[in-house]
Design a protein around this ligand. Structure first.
Ligand code: SOE
Length: 385
């Protein structure tokens, strides 16, 4: 079997999730190419070497450009903060490497346009680009998409989406890069709001055409981080400004006529990773909550109303998307599995010579929604996407 050499840039939270995915994917899924964890790249030599050892990479380097010249690297997996995505992705695509880029795809529409153009150029030579909107690969959301596509919900009227976390509700939580506009582009809007924009568009097979929203920063000043790892860190004595939104709330119209409401916040005390989507159609409804991620609630409005009601489908059966490759029926999956499914889909698309989704064009569309929400918040008006 031919090998697919991976170079991963960045080794923090997302780097660990992607490493796990690359390691596990060929052990559970039948893949046409064998992913090889060839080289890990980070800024600090010592920390990168330690991460490579811990996460299972064969080699560690500090210059991301060096991986672009290597014949044993076929895929560049970008797990760095958003301010570096465009430069790395464009250079990698121009060098003929397939690219997987963490979300949000970029920090601005201009960057996302340049990335989508680079992806289009590269596609002419069979080079593929994909954005890491991992929640699309949660089996329950795959099933939700299938039910919508089969017409089981009828005409879609309402989309209610929330992404609720609470990891910075404490004003003493230190400033991480996710609270720095230069690095992250935006706050809750791009970090988690982007996920519900992608996930709802994915489930509906539709796109958002217009938005009206508002952004707020509840805690404008925080202690600088003395150190941080993942989403937590230790605070220093000094403080600095929070330059992104803490919460984003917006209304949306979908091209197909559905009306949407979206809320993204990291201040929903007690909500840990509540990515929730409810959809109401003329024939039925669906409800999903990532905090109960193996379940999809389905209301079939065509059933006898005397016994109709939301049914709790355990999305743990071999008939469900991706599930058959894992454990015996009924055993359930977790956060990391969506990243494995993402790696699997990328490998299969590369082998088949097709575009893995979400493409960079899809990522650009999400970026335009985020920018329209920002413009709406500034102007207090509806904005076309
Ligand atoms: C932090 O809000 C975060 O880690 C996001 O950056 C990820 O994309 C999401 O999967 C979990 O939460």
């Amino acid at each position: 079997m031919t090998e697919l050499g991976i170079a991963m840039i960045g080794h923090a939270f997302m780097g660990a999730a992607h490493s796990q995915a690359w390691r596990v994917a060929p052990r559970f899924f039948d893949l046409p190419l064998r992913p090889v964890m060839s080289v890990l790249c980070g800024r600090d030599a010592e920390r990168t070497a330690a991460a490579a050892e811990r996460l299972g990479w064969a080699e560690a380097v500090t210059d991301w450009k060096s991986v672009l010249d290597r014949d044993d690297v076929h895929v560049v997996d970008i797990c760095t903060p958003g301010d570096t995505h465009a430069e790395i992705a464009i250079a990698a695509l121009d060098a003929g490497k397939h690219v997987l880029c963490e979300k949000p795809m970029a920090n601005s529409v201009a960057e996302a346009v340049a990335m989508a153009e680079a992806a289009e150029r590269a596609a002419r030579h069979g080079v593929r680009a994909m954005v890491g909107f991992s929640y699309r690969r949660v089996p329950a959301l795959g099933l939700a998409r299938d039910l919508v596509a089969q017409g089981r919900l009828g005409r879609i009227h309402h989309v209610r989406a929330q992404y609720l976390q609470d990891w910075i509700v404490d004003p003493a939580a230190p400033l991480s890069w996710r609270l720095d506009k230069e690095k992250a582009g935006s706050g809750a809007l791009g970090d988690i709001g982007a996920h519900i924009v992608d996930a709802t568009q994915f489930v509906l097979g539709d796109t958002i055409s217009e938005v009206m929203g508002t952004l707020v920063t509840f805690v404008p000043e925080r202690p600088l981080a003395a150190s941080h790892s993942g989403l937590s860190g230790t605070a220093s004595e000094e403080t600095g400004p929070v330059t992104v939104d803490d919460a984003a709330l917006f209304l949306a119209r979908f091209a197909g006529g559905a009306l949407g409401s979206f809320e993204a916040t990291r201040f929903a005390n007690g909500r840990k990773n509540a990515l929730r989507i409810e959809i109401n159609g003329s024939k039925g409804s669906l409800a999903f909550d990532f905090e109960d991620m193996n379940v999809l609630q389905f209301f079939d409005g065509t059933e006898d109303s005397a016994v109709a009601g939301f049914r709790r489908i355990m999305v743990t059966e071999p008939e469900h998307p991706y599930v058959g490759a894992w454990w015996p029926a009924g055993h359930g999956l977790g956060y990391e599995h969506a990243f494995t499914h993402q790696a699997v889909d990328l490998v299969r698309a590369v082998a088949a010579g097709t575009d893995p989704t979400p493409t960079f064009a899809d990522g650009l569309r999400v970026q335009r929604v985020l920018a329209a929400v920002e413009a709406s918040s500034e102007t207090r008006t509806w904005q076309q996407v």
